[in-house]
Design a protein around this ligand. Structure first.
Ligand code: PGA
Length: 249
């Protein structure tokens, strides 16, 4: 049995004080039976870390440098994240890929570096609308899995969660149907079996992302291959994120 893992990616939203009030609301009013993570912006991580310390709410970062230190103006090292108490880093988000030119090679480099520093990873993959309409969604996501996990051992894989986020469903209000999402999750799981083992495929947590909200979370989570959600917009308010955290309450 895989656990349910619900993660909120706040993207470039919330000042420190807004981040603190949101996280306090989640802690005061939410329950943490499922695995729950929030990923604030870099500037709010320190403040949020102090509040979540010793609670069941896991702290994540939204990105990380390919390098540990050095001449990388504007970048954040895994050592800096660890220093703040960050436990998980989201890597390969489609916005990073599309807007900031992150390739599979860059994502793979970051995954290796995160694991070296004992950061867990939420590894994002997903096809664009154009790719889906031309019938290559399956190839795109399996290629992203193969390239992103290059030279990652089965042992290391246990620190990785995959987030399947069809790009056309992110922030658009359009959700993949639970059936379509589950089909791709099944394909990803089969690829993990090919690359590693049946045991690895059975264990890996695969989140769905793209316009997850209180009204659709239950039907998505009812699918056998969907183990959690990576949530953007609906994670910005306690009133919409708590029902997602507690979808099975
Ligand atoms: P969304 O974002 O829930 O606003 O669609 C999801 C994501 O980008 O992780």
């Amino acid at each position: 049995m895989r656990i349910s893992y619900m993660a909120g990616n706040w993207k470039m939203n919330n000042t420190r004080s807004e981040a603190l009030s949101l996280v306090k609301e989640l802690l005061d009013n939410g329950s943490f039976k499922n695995k729950i993570l929030v990923a604030p912006s870099f500037t709010a991580l320190d403040a949020v870390a102090k509040v979540v310390e010793g609670t069941d709410l896991i702290l994540g970062a939204q990105n990380m440098s390919t390098d540990e230190s050095g001449a990388h103006t504007g970048e954040i090292s895994p050592l800096m994240l660890k220093d703040l108490g960050v436990e998980v880093v989201i890597l390969g988000h489609s916005e990073r890929r599309a807007i900031y030119g992150e390739t599979d090679i860059i994502v793979n480099t970051k995954i290796h570096l995160a694991l070296k520093h004992k950061l867990d990873v939420i590894f994002c993959i997903g096809e664009t609308l154009e790719e889906r309409e031309s019938g290559i969604a399956e190839k795109i996501v399996t290629d992203q899995v193969v390239e992103g996990l290059k030279e990652i051992s089965e042992n290391e894989l246990s620190a990785i969660t995959i987030a399947y986020e069809p790009v056309w469903a992110i922030g658009t209000g359009k959700t993949a149907t639970p059936e379509d999402a589950d089909d791709i999750h099944k394909i990803i799981r089969r690829k993990i079996e090919d690359l590693y083992s049946k045991d690895a495929a059975d264990k890996i947590i695969i989140q769905y992302g793209g316009s997850v909200k209180p009204s659709n979370v239950k039907e998505l989570m009812a699918k056998p291959n969907i183990d959690g959600a990576l949530v953007g917009g609906a994670a910005l308010k306690a009133e919409t994120f708590i029902p997602i955290m507690e979808y099975n309450k």
